[in-house]
Each structure stands twice: as C-alpha cells, then as structure tokens.
Design a binder for this molecule. Structure first.
Ligand code: PLP
Length: 397
C-alpha cells in the first residue's frame, strides 16, 4: 500500500507559480489543437539578437562546456559591475566585480538574497500587487511576506507612508520592483527617494528587482543606483532575460555588500553551482557589445511601445478599466464587475473557455479583482486578444 506524501514544513505553505500554471494550461490546450491566444506568459516573443547567439556558439566551440566558479566567470562579473557603475551618481564609490554573483536567472538571485537576509520571525514588506514569486520565496526562507496594498488611484503603487504603516519592529526589508510586474507601473524619482529614506531610517534591506528597467515608455525608469545615498543595505537584482530577449539562457545577477554576496555564493554553491557556462558567455556578449545591444534593446522597446498603444486602443471603452502601463509589457485590468469572491479567476476561466485567450488572474498577485494580460506577443495577436477581453467585459458592464 502506498503511503500519502506529506510535504515537509519547508514547503507546506508553498503554492505553485500561478503564472506558470496558466502557461501550462494554455500549452496543453494548444497541444490539443485549440488555437489559443496566449497573453499569459511574461516572455518577449523576439529571438535573442544574432550577435549574442553567435558569441555563444563560438564560446561552446572554444570550450565553454565545463563548470565555472559558482559566482560566475570573472569577465562577466566585471561587465555586470561596469554596467551598474554607469548608473551611479557622480562621486559614488563604484561596485567591484567581487560584489557580483551571477545566477540561473534573476529569480535565483532573488531567492539567494531572501535566503541570505531573512529568516524565521522576519517580516518583509511586499508592495502589492507584486510578482507572485516574492511571496513564495520569502515563505521558503521561512520569513513572513507582508503585503502592502498599492493605491488604485496611483497605478497600484505604494508610498513610503503606506509602507511605514505596515511596518512593525520585526520588519527587516522591502521588495521593490520598478517597472512593476504585473502592473507596468514605474516609480518616480521622488517616490523611490522617499522609500529609500524610510528604509535607511529603519536599516531595512532593500531588494530592488530592476529586471524591466530598460523597458519603459513615457520616460526612462529610475534605478535605485541613481539615488541610493548608502548601499550597505541594498541588493540590486537584474538580468538579461527581459531586455535582451534571453529568457531561456537563465542568466541574472545580484550586486550586494561583499559579506552578503559571499553568503549568497554559499547558498548557490550548495544548490545549483554556476549558471550554464555557455549562457554566461552569451550574457557577456550582451553586456560588452554596447552599441549592438543598445540597438537591439531599442528596437524591441519600440515594438513593445507600439503594442502597448495598440492594445490600449483595442480595449475601446474598457480602456478606463486598465492601468496605464509606463513600463514592462503587461496590462493590468480591473474585472471586478465580473463579481464573486475571485472575479479575476472567473473572468480568466470564462475568457479561456469562451474566447480561447489565456491571461493570469490577479489572485496570483494577491489582487483578485484584476487580470494581467501580457502584450509581449505579435501585434495582431495582442490586439485580437485584447478585443476579445473587451468583448467579454462588455457582457457585464
Ligand atoms: N522579477 C520579475 C519581476 C519578473 O517578472 C521575472 C520573470 O517573470 C523575474 C524576476 C525572473 O526573471 P529571470 O528570467 O531573470 O529569472
């Protein structure tokens, strides 16, 4: 007789990644021949730029097939530090390569940072809605994620005051993500300055996830590196996945005070060791061929901007229900008119069943009145998907 599996205390409260779950369901339907419009995935539809692919192929031929140092090859760590140093305010002390750890995607960097800085009894403020994995990573670190609900009148962003109201003596840190997944909101310089000042006052860790930094439309997004007066409690997270269309290569990084970097390297050394050698060389090409990389990123951001405007238009009257996305490639839409306990889930299910469009229910981001639709897909597909969303919305408005 087989015995039931009882999950360990480590994962007892862990939830499957809701964004990946939607993608999986859409894939199953597609495999069964159903023509699904997939607005669920948070993944650019572009190919990795050719100069990066060629550099990776050359690296493999040259022998990049073995383990590297856990923390990444020195040339890539140098390039990452140099990339970050370009953002620093004049006179700020530059980062050194020794402060950089290269990981299997920024996701692993975030996990390493949570494991290194937080533990049982620690509370961490999570502006909400936020990317679904923050809450679960903090759970894995046995810390407590404290959602701080954003203001719908301000693109669901939080203010320093709202964070302070949710803080307790056990608060140890705050997660920042601008431009934001799932809302596309971008924090202003002033908003970030106030949050950083509050964090400095309380000696909180600031984990700034800047994976969408280069994908901003109305004006350039501000990095905390341009502002942070002190960096002794700052962990910067970034990677190549979104800006360079390199999701599958799995390269991200964290830059932190040296002691924290060493702790994160220890975590990574006992879990995954180094990220794939070939991918590190691909990322190195992306960061060091600045002219070619800028041209590639600019043309992709231009396409995202064109799609953003087109999908907002495609919503028609329902446009008033969407937040204005100033960055990233998501549209966050209020579907509370669908009613029930979880309007976003009801809407997403009906949308998939009746209109063959996959989106992510807002409950994945602790905001059940909303849905997230990604427009990181071909223009005509994104537009058709948005029109179907508008059609379903019009049945209840
Ligand atoms: N951070 C945010 C806010 C994201 O949306 C994602 C991916 O969707 C990641 C991190 C993970 O990116 P990576 O592919 O670098 O692990």
């Amino acid at each position: 007789m087989s015995r039931p599996f009882i999950p360990s205390a480590n994962i007892a409260r862990l939830k499957e990644s809701a964004t990946l779950a939607v993608a999986a369901k859409a894939r199953t339907l597609k495999a069964a021949g159903v023509p699904i419009i997939d607005l669920g995935a948070g993944e650019p539809d572009f190919d990795t730029p050719a100069f990066i692919r060629h550099a990776a192929a050359a690296a493999v031929e040259a022998g990049a097939t073995r383990y590297t140092a856990t923390e990444g090859i020195p040339a890539l760590r140098e390039a990452i530090a140099a990339d970050a140093n370009r953002l620093l305010a004049a006179g700020a002390e530059p980062f050194t390569a020794s402060q950089v750890i290269v990981s299997n995607g920024s996701k692993q960097s975030l996990f390493n940072a949570c494991m290194a800085c937080f533990g049982p009894g620690d509370e961490v403020l999570v502006p909400t809605p936020s990317w679904t994995s923050y809450y679960e990573m903090l759970e894995l670190a046995r810390a407590t994620a404290v959602p701080v609900m954003g203001d719908p009148q301000n693109s669901l962003k939080v203010t320093a005051t709202m964070l302070e109201e949710s803080a307790t003596p056990r608060t140890r840190g705050v997660m920042l993500n601008s431009p934001c997944n799932p809302t596309g909101a971008v924090y202003t310089r002033e908003e970030l300055e106030e949050i950083l000042a509050l964090a400095a006052k309380h000696a909180w860790w600031v984990l700034s996830d800047e994976i969408y930094l280069r994908i901003a439309y109305d004006e350039p997004a501000i990095s905390v590196l341009q502002l942070a007066p002190a960096r002794d409690r700052l962990i910067l997270i970034n990677g190549v996945a979104k800006a360079y269309a390199m999701t599958g290569w799995r390269i991200g990084w964290a830059i932190a005070p040296l002691a924290v970097t060493k702790a994160m390297i220890a975590v990574q050394s006992h879990t995954t060791s180094n990220p794939a050698a070939v991918s590190q060389y691909a990322a190195l090409a992306a960061l060091t061929n600045v002219e070619a990389a800028d041209a590639a990123v600019d043309s992709m951001v231009e396409a995202f901007l064109r799609r953003r405007n087109a999908v907002l238009d495609a919503l028609g009257d329902a446009r008033a229900l969407a937040l204005h996305p100033a960055g990233a490639f998501y549209l966050y839409i209020d579907v509370s008119s669908f009613g029930g306990d979880d309007p976003g889930a009801r809407f997403s299910e009906a949308l998939l069943d009746q209109h063959q469009v996959a989106v992510v229910p807002g409950s994945a981001f602790l905001t059940p009145n909303w849905i997230r639709a990604s427009y990181a897909t071909a223009d005509h597909i994104a537009i058709e998907g948005m029109q179907r969303i508008a059609r379903l919305l019009s049945t209840v408005r």
